[in-house]
Design a protein around this ligand. Structure first.
Ligand code: PMP
Length: 372
């Protein structure tokens, strides 16, 4: 890859907080069964591919012009999707879109974090929350989780009161543990965050469509400091598209305009995302299959003797291994790539196709027997 194994000889005057750090990214290895990056294993259906080609061709005829800077048609489509699937009506002025939810989160921290401010997250969680904080000059506070990877409400409320963060991250379902957060917990954290500052609470629902629970989106009603972030990378099977979005009070959407680059969302991206929205029902059909495969992974890993964290996502955290990295390596030798997120004793596997999951489960059973 482009990242050198050892530092280059050239000294650059990079910012203090970036010196000696490594960029985010899972190892991309060429193995038969790749279940390491929480991607959707199903390629887009051919009718959707054809529709994308059509929509992109239309967009191409106008590429001499800048795209719709406010992405109004796309935000209207996303608002309709959320209204239909999340049990709460939202309008286009409550929705904002960017190049992946990573960019949405970055825009939120540029707006509500920054130098002299702090963000709090409950670890282990999606490590980009801390990295985007660093990149935007926002201080990072790591809050606790319980032993079974839930948010400990009392400890979380205490942490918010003690540190008075400007931004609180709640990842539900949480990556890498798969743990969903209930509405009562979000409300308790929101109340604490309002009493302390008031601060913004960002609910990262990148895996929301895979949950057994309903979306937390309805909580934005009457709570202008609550933001729900979503993505087309997982449920829509379109990680390569780079389309993330948020729903919040229209004032939040207005505020992020101050930091977004003009014309950040290309006309090609907008056209492709609109085509994907036209095929929502087919794509949600794949989500239903992946949810049942996820449940099967949980059951069969338990049957194989693993300790498995309940999952509301399209991935499953399993263990417990004396040396998780050694187990990761042995799975790789069997042709199966999973993720070692650095959670002690645990690994994470993404739900793939039934055949991929079978290959993974066969490998685990074999290694568990060798261990016993
Ligand atoms: N949030 C969480 C919890 C994630 O796991 C990911 C992707 N791994 C993202 C956000 C970012 O995804 P994207 O930028 O592709 O929308």
């Amino acid at each position: 890859g482009p990242t050198p194994d050892r530092p280059r000889d050239v000294e650059l005057p990079v910012r203090e907080e970036l010196r000696g750090k490594s960029p985010y990214g899972a190892p991309q290895l060429d193995v038969p069964v790749r279940l390491n990056t929480n991607e959707n294993p199903y390629p887009l259906p051919e009718p959707l591919v054809a529709r994308i080609a059509e929509r992109v061709a239309d967009a191409a005829r106008a590429l001499n012009r800048y795209p719709d800077r406010d992405a109004v048609e796309l935000r209207t489509g996303l608002a309709a999707y959320l209204s239909r699937t999340c049990g709460h009506h939202v309008t286009a002025d409550q929705v904002w879109a960017a190049n992946g939810s990573n960019e949405v989160l970055q825009q939120l921290l540029q707006t509500f974090g920054g130098p002299g401010r702090t963000a709090l997250g409950f670890e282990p969680s999606y490590s980009m929350h801390a990295l985007i904080a660093r990149g935007t000059g926002t201080g990072w506070l790591a809050g606790p989780r319980t032993e079974d990877f839930r948010i400990d409400v009392d400890a979380a409320v205490d942490a918010i009161a003690a540190h008075r963060p400007d931004v609180v991250f709640v990842c539900s379902p949480n990556n890498p543990t798969g743990t969903a957060v209930d509405a009562e917990t979000v409300l308790a954290l929101y109340e604490a965050a309002q009493a302390a500052k008031p601060s913004m609470v960002i609910v990262d629902e990148a895996y929301g469509e895979f949950s057994h629970r309903p979306s937390l989106l309805p909580l934005i009603e009457g709570r202008p400091h609550l933001v729900v972030s979503r993505t087309m990378s997982k449920a829509f099977g379109a990680a390569g598209l780079r389309l993330g979005y948020l729903a919040a009070d229209p004032a939040v959407v207005d505020a992020v305009q101050l930091v977004r680059l003009p014309y950040h969302l290309s006309a090609v991206t907008q056209a492709t995302a609109l085509a994907a929205l036209e095929h929502t029902d087919t794509l949600l059909g794949y989500v239903a299959q992946l949810k049942s495969e996820r449940d099967r992974l949980v059951d069969e890993l338990r049957a194989a003797g693993c300790e498995v964290t309940d999952s509301d996502a399209n991935f499953v955290q399993f263990g417990v291994f004396d040396d998780a990295h050694a187990f990761w390596r042995r799975l790789l030798d069997e042709g199966v790539l999973v993720r070692d997120n650095g959670v002690p004793g645990r690994l994470r596997v993404t739900a793939g196709t039934p055949a991929e999951n079978d290959a993974f489960l066969d490998a685990v059973r074999k290694l568990m027997k060798e261990n016993a």
